[in-house]
Design a protein around this ligand. Structure first.
Ligand SMILES: *Cc1c(COP(=O)(O)O)cnc(C)c1O
Length: 381
């Protein structure tokens, strides 16, 4: 990482910080690689699930991931600009996307429709190169990917484009709708649909090396979805949608105490006076708010921790700050409270925040705002 100096450093020390443990990312990556006995694609979309795309990518690649996955071509270009040379797949592009830039920077693209195939092939033809593509089938989400009814036509066109020499079908990509509930029979239906899509490729002589259906949840719990490659995003940072307990949390979010004050019983706190102290107490004022990813729609159980002790967030969450009820807990100005961490020391976890906010862990980590400083520990960069 770049050395930071002067005023930036001062700001970094005093503001909210997301600490990313690259050794834990490496451990999680190795777990997926061992489950798969195949390849792991590290999915680093949405800035590496809030943790920093380059940081997560490098940690995962060093631990055995062989490819990277992103949604837009732009995200792929950012990885290339950072000097990352590993294979990159981008899978959510409009037909107007800059497939020329993708080709130029060796970014593979998913092809979900005939129109996309034509667009990619046109760029490849004019550049005189062969585009590496992953055909993408939709087995049940009714969003990205080619619906099964249109699959034979897309496959035939892809075979023709491969024969012409403008594309090479290197992958077959699918995505499960309900893998976070492994017992849902929908999973087996979608796994079967993917297998049929693969057979259709074989019948026209296309044998893609990379066959990938599973993301984090299916890689952990649905062996028949694993094929040759899994696309793991959330799991790298320790988010486990199926609750297997196999992963470790790689992220810790901390924020400093700006002020501590003693208040009388009956003191209203924050915008709209939605909370009033019931007893004389001490309030600590923490520099992190909804612009940093602390949802204003939190429920009343939400807390942070200080030296292993939970402190409840009271009153409204503001854009830049929250107030916690310290009670008799010892605290010092400038000290960092833990908003979430891996949970080893009694602090809240990302999953706790997800439940307080009525959402999933992915939304918590990708919602961490841009002014939260990212810093890495763990060495494996
Ligand atoms: C985001 C995404 C993934 C990664 O999913 P996780 O559950 O975070 O591992 C995989 N595949 C597709 C198509 C995605 O959009």
């Amino acid at each position: 990482m770049r050395a930071e100096v002067g005023i930036l450093n001062l700001w970094g020390m005093t503001g909210a910080t997301l600490t990313v443990d690259t050794a834990v990312i490496a451990r999680n990556t190795r777990l997926f690689a061992s489950l798969m006995r195949g390849e792991v694609m590290a999915v680093v979309k949405a800035d590496g699930y809030g943790a920093g795309a380059e940081l997560v990518a490098r940690a995962a690649l060093a631990a055995g991931a062989t490819q990277l996955g992103v949604t837009s071509i732009g995200e792929g270009l950012t990885l290339r600009e950072a000097g990352i040379t590993a294979p990159v797949l981008s899978w959510l592009n409009s037909v107007e996307a800059d497939f020329g830039a993708a080709l130029h920077h060796r970014i593979e693209v998913a092809v979900p429709s005939l129109r996309h195939l034509q667009a990619v092939a046109a760029f490849a033809r004019s550049a005189g190169v062969r585009a590496a593509i992953h055909l993408q089938v939709d087995c049940g989400l009714a969003r990205e990917g080619c619906p099964p009814a249109a699959w034979p036509e897309l496959v035939a066109a892809a075979a023709a484009a491969e024969a012409e020499g403008v594309v090479q079908v290197v992958g077959l990509m699918g995505h499960l709708s309900s893998a976070d509930n492994p017992a849902d029979p929908v999973n087996q239906r979608e796994i079967g649909c993917y297998a049929e899509a693969l057979h259709r490729l074989w019948t026209v002589g296309l044998y893609p090396a990379h066959r990938h259906l599973a993301a984090t949840a299916a890689a952990l719990t649905l062996p028949s979805a694993r094929h040759s490659l899994c696309r793991v995003g959330a799991g790298l940072v320790g988010i486990d949608p199926t609750g297997t307990g196999a992963l470790q949390g790689a992220l810790a979010l901390t924020a400093p105490i700006i002020d501590i004050r003693e208040v009388a019983a009956g003191t209203p706190v924050g915008y709209g006076h939605t909370w009033v102290t019931q007893r004389p107490t001490r309030l600590a004022h923490i520099a992190i708010g909804y612009a940093d990813g602390i949802s204003r729609a939190l429920d009343a159980a939400a807390s942070v921790s200080l030296n292993g002790q939970r402190l409840r967030i009271v009153g409204r969450v503001s854009m830049d700050q929250v107030v916690v009820d310290l009670g008799p807990t010892k605290a010092t100005l400038g000290e960092q409270v833990v908003v979430f961490g891996p949970g080893h020391s009694g602090e809240p976890t990302v999953d706790d925040w997800a439940s307080w906010c009525g959402t999933i862990a992915n939304e918590i980590v990708t919602g961490i705002g841009p002014r939260v400083r990212r810093t890495a520990v763990g060495g494996a960069q």
